[in-house]
Design a protein around this ligand. Structure first.
Ligand code: ADP
Ligand code: MG
Length: 301
């Protein structure tokens, strides 16, 4: 197959592994710098241009669109979809997952366990908002944060309130969430491919940090998940419409709760922790599913 991978940095572990796995399985794969792609969007026959040339037609595209380039990256991915190239994850699904509020609304509608979460624009009702999610200590998150940046623990009522007001003061959208303290700085990353949890790991934050992100100094180890955790992860990925997803769960007193669903989950932490060839499994999934014109979002918004 001829595969395109939208990625800014070909040297990242995940990107190198996907290229390696695709080539090992006999495919041709080209890494395309998302921000160097341009297109004539009014053309009758859509095409994609790259560094002065028209790109050839690809059978499949692997979007690895960084959080900071979501807007342009999704426009590029849509252009591939309009040309009938099969996306590993669809633009619409990635768009949902990038907005924490939108994803939580969809997950809640599907009846999936979530931490009690509130959202507001005005700061006039901050006290009531905080009370609604159970009061301090509580977690305050930037809507489009990633890698643990923009996730703050407000330990007391007054510190939580100051953080909320400070974020609102700089016009950032935030959500306020019940602090699941019984999870003790540990979360579970379930790696979902094609409706199955193929492996999972437990991440523990650095000493003194409630955030378990590996980018914030957390460490990972293999973990056995419960059937309820497995089905929660599968339903979460399905609800957002993602074929490949990293579903992050917390073990709360009221069962597994989904914190977020990542559409470009990193491979380094999980391959190292589990010893599995996840890149290979992603390419295998793509081989069985990529059919020209099978793009569901074709022609849609
Ligand atoms: P990001 O997108 O920046 O990774 P997350 O929502 O995943 O943001 O939060 C980062 C980390 O903070 C999580 O992995 C988890 O360890 C911790 N965390 C987030 N929300 C909660 C919560 N409600 N209760 C307890 N810990 C949380
Ligand atoms: Mg996270």
């Amino acid at each position: 197959m001829r595969i395109a991978m939208l990625a800014r940095n070909p040297n990242l572990y995940s990107h190198k592994r996907l290229v390696e796995a695709a080539e090992a399985r006999g495919h041709e794969i080209q890494v395309i710098d998302t921000l160097r792609v341009y297109m004539n969007i009014t053309a009758h026959k859509p095409d994609v241009r790259y560094k002065g040339e028209v790109l050839p037609k690809f059978d499949a595209v692997i979007p690895r669109i960084g959080a900071s380039v979501t807007f342009y990256g999704l426009a590029v991915l849509r252009q591939f979809e309009m040309m009938g190239t099969w996306p590993l994850n669809e633009s619409v699904a990635i768009g949902r997952s990038r907005d924490k509020l939108r994803s939580l609304q969809l997950l809640s509608r599907a009846g999936i366990g979530l931490p009690v979460t509130g959202f507001a624009h005005s700061t006039r009702d901050t006290d009531d908002l905080m009370q609604m999610v159970g009061g301090a200590p509580l977690v305050i998150k930037l809507l489009e944060g990633t890698q643990g940046i923009g996730v703050v623990l407000g330990e007391t009522h007054s510190s939580a309130k100051s953080v909320i007001e400070a974020f609102r003061g700089v016009k950032s959208n935030i959500l306020v969430q019940e602090f699941v303290k019984e999870s003790k700085g540990v979360d579970i990353r379930c790696f979902v491919i094609g409706g199955k949890v193929i492996t999972s790991m437990m991440r523990k934050g650095a000493e003194g940090d409630f955030r378990s992100n590996l980018h914030r100094g957390g460490n990972a180890s293999i973990v056995k998940i419960t059937p309820e955790e497995r089905s929660t992860a599968i339903r979460a990925a399905k609800t957002l419409g993602l074929n490949v997803a990293g579903v992050d769960l917390l073990r709360s007193n009221h069962g597994p709760v989904v914190m977020e669903v990542n559409s470009s989950p990193g491979l380094e932490g999980i391959e190292n922790a589990t010893g599995k060839d996840i890149a290979g499994q992603i390419i295998e999934f793509l081989e069985t599913n990529a059919k020209p014109g099978k793009t569901k979002t074709r022609g849609k918004g």
